[in-house]
Design a protein around this ligand. Structure first.
Ligand SMILES: [Mg+2]
Length: 132
């Protein structure tokens, strides 16, 4: 049986996390790295898009919406135009009650949402679920 939290089985998956609040990004990183994930943390939308435009392998993208330079929704829209990121799962981190953000994110091709403030444990479970 596969244990999703055994770091050697399955192999590490690469996660790009973009959030402009350093402590939130760090909490996400620490939690996901308890599972089979290797996290790259960036702190604004332009940095996220620059990373995605490159060739680094990315298995999941987590995007905060409110970030400097480019919002998470703008990063999502641009990422979907990149052939090598067109099908990469994207989880959008939304603030509570932002239904319009959710609708727009779905139209842009988001895979899932996660509402802030969130339980890191539930976020890890949500990311795990993408690979079940
Ligand atoms: Mg933010």
């Amino acid at each position: 049986m596969t244990d999703p939290h055994d770091p050697l089985d399955p192999p590490l998956r690469r996660v790009l996390v973009a959030d402009d609040e350093p402590h939130i990004g760090r909490i996400i990183q620490l939690k996901l790295e308890q599972g089979p994930y290797d996290v790259t943390l960036v702190s604004d939308g332009q940095e996220a898009l620059d990373y995605l435009a490159g060739d680094a392998p990315v298995d999941v993208i987590l995007l905060d919406i409110m970030m400097p330079f480019l919002s998470g929704l703008e990063v999502l829209a641009e990422a979907r135009k990149l052939p090598h990121r067109a099908a990469t799962p994207v989880i959008i981190l939304t603030a509570k009650g932002q239904e319009s953000d959710r609708r727009q994110a779905l139209e842009l091709g988001a895979t899932d949402f996660f509402t802030k403030p969130f339980s890191p444990k539930k976020l890890l479970a949500r990311v795990d679920a993408l690979f079940e």
